[in-house]
Design a protein around this ligand. Structure first.
Ligand SMILES: [Zn+2]
Length: 118
């Protein structure tokens, strides 16, 4: 149940115009929740992607811009996470391979040494 903001008369929930005073009451149903892009929420989504995703799902209908901030933060975080893990595994593969080459070179040098002095 809602009440007219002008005359205080009880209104039906679906009422658009107050039967008491005739004013439009649709715009004053409930104070609209503030909805804007928020770096803070994006940052939270970035730090805790799971929380960002949950908040996105909760807010996407009521406050889509705020929800998008969370969702974007979470998305960026996930994408960066994937990129970093790929880069990290590529780097470790690279280091492993070059370390492997060094071991082979050492083995080769030992062999040469054996040939020359023994
Ligand atoms: Zn009224």
């Amino acid at each position: 149940m809602k009440y007219c903001t002008k005359c205080g008369k009880e209104l039906l929930d679906e009422a658009v115009i107050c039967p008491g005073c005739g004013c439009s009451c649709e715009t004053q149903v409930a104070p609209a929740e503030e909805d804007k892009k928020s770096f803070g929420w994006a940052f939270l989504g970035f730090l805790v992607p799971v929380a960002g995703l949950i908040l996105y799902l909760i807010w996407k209908d009521k406050t889509p811009l705020k929800a998008k901030s969370c969702g974007k933060g979470a998305l960026v975080s996930v994408i960066l996470g994937v990129i970093f893990s790929i880069a990290f595994s590529a780097l470790s593969t690279f280091f492993f391979m070059s370390a492997g080459d060094e071991i082979l070179e050492d083995a080769y040098e030992y062999e040469m040494y054996d040939d020359m002095y023994l």
